[in-house]
Ligand binder design. Structure first.
Ligand code: ZN
Length: 668
C-alpha cells in the first residue's frame, strides 16, 4: 500500500492538522469525532488487506516497508550473526516454492505424536508440550490462547521481588466464549463458518471424515467455552491472584494428569503458580478426563494445523485467513507475502529487527525530545495530584511516591535481548517458527527464580503502540509511534500534546486506573487508599462505565463500560494531563491559534484526529466482545469530560455530547 503512506509524509495543513478532513456541517457538541474526521471518513478507504484504517494503520504500513527493507539488507551480514538470522528467517518464509514443495511433510512429526497418544498421561503430556508464553494479563492484556492453557511469567503480585508463572484458561479457536454461546444470529453465522473452517483444514491435511470430526471438535470447544470465565471477570485482578501450590492442583482441579502436564511443560520443579481463572481451570481439567480420548486427539490435530497454517502451503494459509481474518474481522484480501513475512519475523526476532530499525529511523534527538515530553507530563500529573480536593493527604503521598517510582522507557530498551540460543535454519520456515515460539517460552521460564528486571520491554521498538506495565510500574513508548502524525519535529507543541501527549498521559495514567491503582509503588497488590478516597474513586469509575455503556454502534450492541473501564479512565486522565502539560509549555502566555482555530481547538482536534479510524463491522463487533478498549470513535468523544473542551467549541446544554459539570468524570 505504498500510496497510503504519502498521507503521513505530506500533512495537508496547519501544523499537521488535516483541515480538509473536518466536517463543518457537524456540530462539535453533537459528534466531535464526526466533526474532526467527517470528510476524511467519507473519502478514506480501508485497504483490502486490513480490517481498519487510520493513522496507526498508515504508520504500521510505513514501518513495515522500512522494516522489510532493513531485513532484506541484512542478508549481506555474516552467517551466524544476529542480523543474518533475521534475514534468514524472513527469506525462509518468503520462499513459497520450497514451502509448496514440502507440502504436508512439516506436519507429519506432530501428527504422528498425536496418533501415538494412548492414555490420559500421554494426553496430559501433549497439552504440557504445547504450553507457550502467549498470554499477558496486565501489560498487553492479551487473554486469548488457542492452546488448552496459556502461561504468563511476570512479577508476583504479592511479592514484587520475584517472578511467578501465571496459568490462564485457553483452548478456544475463536476469540472469546461469547462466540460459542451468544445466541444472536450474527454469532450463529460465525459458528457455522468456524465449523466449516475446521472441516476444511482437516480435509487439506487429508484426514478422514473431516465433517464428522469438525462437529465433534466444535462441540468440545463449546464445552470449553462454557467453562471459561468472561472477559470482564478475567480482568478482575484481585479475583485472579490465586496462588496454588503445585501439590494442590490434583485436589482442586482433578482430571488432568498435572504431573505429566507440568513435566512436559518444563515446569516440574516449580512449586507455586498463580491460577488466574480457577473455576475454568477446574472445569477444563474435569473435561480432559471426561471427554473421549479420540475426541481430544482430533482436537489436538486441528490445533496443530490451525496454528501452523501460515507456514504450510498456500491453501492452508488461505483457509486460515478466510476464517480468522475475513469472517472474524471482515478483511477482504490476505496481505501480500512480504508483509506477513515482516510480521512473522517481528514475532520471532523482534528486538533484533528493532535494533536495526532504531539505528536507521529513530534519531537520538527524537528520543531526547520524547523523554522531555514524558517528564513534563509526569510533572503535570504531580500537579494534578496536588490539586485534587477530594483526596486525603495520606493517599496523595502514596500516589506521588508511585508516580516518582515510574520507570519510563522511550524508543527501545536499554538492554537488548539475546537471541544467540535461537537456531534459524535457512529454508526451514516451519521449523524456525516452532523453534522461535519454544525459544520465547524457555526465555520466560528462565526468569523464574531470578530477580525481576524492570527494564525489560514487552513491545518491539518497531510497533506502533505504547504500553503500561502496571505491576512493574513501568512504561514502554516504542520508537515507531514516536513519529508523524503523532509526534513531529518542528511543529507547534500543541499538536504533539493533543496526539502523542494524550497517549503518553494515557500510559502514565494506567498506573492509576481502576487496576493500576490496586498496586503500590513497588508493584505489590496492596490497598494504599483511605476508605473514603477509594469510595470516591470507585464512584467516578462507575459513572464513566455508565457513560460508555450508553454508546451503541449497532442496534442492540453496546460498548461494555466495565470491560473497557481501565482504558477509559486512562483516556480521561491522560487527556487531562496532556492538556495541563501543554499549558505548562506556554509558561503563562496565551495559546497561539493557527488556520482559524484557537490553540485550545487545535489541541482537541489533534486528539480527535489521532483517533480517527474506519473499521469493518466484524472487526468492530469483535472489538466489543473481546477487547479492553472501546471503539476509537468513543475514545475521541471522551473530550466531553473536560471543561476546557466546552469553552473551546461553545458546547451547549441539549447537544448530544453535552454533560452537565457534575456529570463530567474527573478521575484524576
Ligand atoms: Zn491503555
Amino acid at each position: 500500500m505504498a500510496a497510503c503512506t504519502s498521507v503521513v509524509a505530506q500533512p495537508t495543513a496547519v501544523h499537521g492538522l488535516d483541515v480538509a478532513g473536518i466536517d463543518r456541517a457537524i456540530a462539535p457538541g453533537d459528534d466531535f469525532f464526526g466533526y474532526a474526521n467527517g470528510l476524511w471518513l467519507e473519502s478514506a478507504t480501508i485497504p483490502a488487506d486490513r480490517s481498519s484504517w487510520g493513522p496507526a494503520g498508515e504508520l504500521t504500513e510505513l514501518t513495515a516497508q522500512r522494516t522489510a527493507q532493513l531485513i532484506r539488507q541484512a542478508a549481506a551480514s555474516p552467517a551466524g550473526s544476529e542480523a543474518r538470522k533475521v534475514s534468514d528467517y524472513y527469506a525462509s518464509f518468503m520462499d513459497e516454492a520450497a514451502i509448496e514443495k514440502l507440502g504436508l511433510k512439516p506436519l507429519e512429526p506432530g501428527l504422528k505424536q498425536i496418533d501415538g497418544i494412548s492414555d490420559r498421561a500421554a494426553l496430559a503430556r501433549a497439552f504440557g508440550k504445547t504450553l507457550r508464553a502467549d498470554v499477558d494479563v496486565l501489560n498487553a492484556t492479551s487473554l486469548h490462547t488457542a492452546n488448552l492453557f496459556g502461561l504468563w511469567v511476570a512479577q508476583d503480585l504479592d511479592d514484587p521481588s520475584r517472578y511467578s508463572p501465571f496459568l490462564l484458561q485457553g483452548g478456544l479457536g475463536m476469540p472469546d466464549r461469547d462466540y460459542y454461546l451468544d445466541p444472536s444470529p450474527s454469532m450463529e453465522q460465525v459458528r457455522s463458518s468456524y465449523r466449516a473452517h475446521i472441516a476444511a483444514l482437516l480435509a487439506l491435511a487429508r484426514l478422514s471424515e473431516p465433517q464428522a470430526r469438525a462437529a465433534r471438535i466444535f462441540a468440545l470447544e463449546q464445552r470449553i467455552a462454557r467453562a471459561h470465565s468472561t472477559r470482564e471477570q478475567s480482568e478482575q485482578v484481585v479475583a485472579g491472584n490465586n496462588h496454588w501450590r503445585r501439590a494442590e492442583f490434583t485436589q482442586r482441579a482433578p482430571g488432568l494428569d498435572w504431573t505429566a502436564f507440568f513435566d512436559a511443560a518444563g515446569l516440574a520443579a516449580q512449586q507455586e503458580f498463580v491460577v488466574w481463572q480457577p473455576g475454568a481451570v477446574t472445569a477444563m481439567s474435569a473435561l480432559v478426563a471426561a471427554e473421549p480420548l479420540e475426541r481430544w486427539k482430533d482436537y489436538l490435530r486441528f490445533r496443530l494445523i490451525d496454528a501452523t497454517s501460515d507456514y504450510l502451503p498456500h491453501a492452508f494459509a488461505a483457509e486460515r485467513f478466510e476464517f480468522h481474518e475475513h469472517v472474524l474481522s471482515g478483511t477482504p484480501a490476505i496481505a501480500v507475502r512480504w508483509k506477513r513475512a515482516v510480521e512473522e519475523t517481528n514475532a520471532a526476532l523482534g528486538e533484533t529487527v528493532g535494533k536495526l530499525y532504531v539505528a536507521r529511523y529513530f534519531p537520538p534527538a527524537e528520543k531526547v525530545r520524547a523523554e522531555a515530553m514524558v517528564r513534563n507530563l509526569v510533572a503535570a500529573f504531580a500537579q494534578r495530584l496536588d490539586r485534587l480536593e477530594w483526596m486525603a493527604p495520606a493517599t496523595r503521598e502514596k500516589a506521588k511516591a508511585k508516580l516518582a517510582a515510574l520507570k519510563v522507557g522511550v524508543g527501545y530498551p536499554d538492554k537488548w535481548r539475546d537471541y544467540s540460543g535461537l537456531e534459524v535454519i535457512a529454508g526451514d520456515a516451519f521449523g524456525n517458527a516452532e523453534r522461535a515460539k519454544l525459544f520465547e517460552y524457555r526465555r520466560n521460564l528462565a526468569k523464574l527464580g531470578h530477580p525481576v528486571d524492570r527494564g525489560e520491554w514487552v513491545m518491539n521498538p518497531q510497533l506502533v503502540n505504547a504500553v503500561n506495565l502496571p505491576a512493574m510500574n513501568a512504561l514502554n513508548f516504542p520508537a515507531a509511534i514516536l513519529q508523524p502524525p503523532y509526534f513531529e519535529p518542528g511543529r507547534e507543541p500543541v499538536m504533539d500534546y493533543g496526539a502523542i501527549g494524550a497517549t503518553m498521559g494515557h500510559e502514565i495514567s494506567h498506573s492509576f486506573d481502576d487496576q493500576g491503582a490496586l498496586f503500590d509503588a513497588s508493584g505489590r497488590l496492596k490497598n494504599w487508599w483511605t476508605p473514603q478516597d477509594l469510595a470516591h474513586f470507585r464512584a467516578a469509575g462507575s459513572r464513566l462505565a455508565d457513560q460508555f455503556d450508553h454508546y451503541q454502534p449497532y442496534p442492540g450492541v453496546h460498548v461494555h463500560g466495565k470491560q473497557t473501564l481501565s482504558e477509559n479512565i486512562a483516556d480521561v486522565a491522560g487527556l487531562s494531563v496532556a492538556y495541563d502539560g501543554w499549558r505548562l509549555t506556554l509558561g503563562g502566555k496565551p495559546a497561539a491559534g493557527a488556520g482559524g482555530f484557537s490553540g485550545e481547538q487545535l489541541f482537541f482536534l489533534s486528539f480527535a484526529q489521532s483517533w480517527r479510524q474506519k473499521i469493518r463491522e466484524p472487526a468492530l463487533r469483535q472489538r466489543i466482545v473481546a477487547d479492553g478498549h472501546a471503539p476509537d470513535e468513543y475514545r475521541a468523544d471522551t473530550v466531553r469530560n473536560l471543561d476546557a473542551w466546552y469553552g473551546a467549541f461553545g458546547v451547549r446544554p441539549g447537544q448530544k455530547l453535552y454533560l452537565a459539570p457534575a456529570e463530567r468524570v474527573r478521575v484524576w
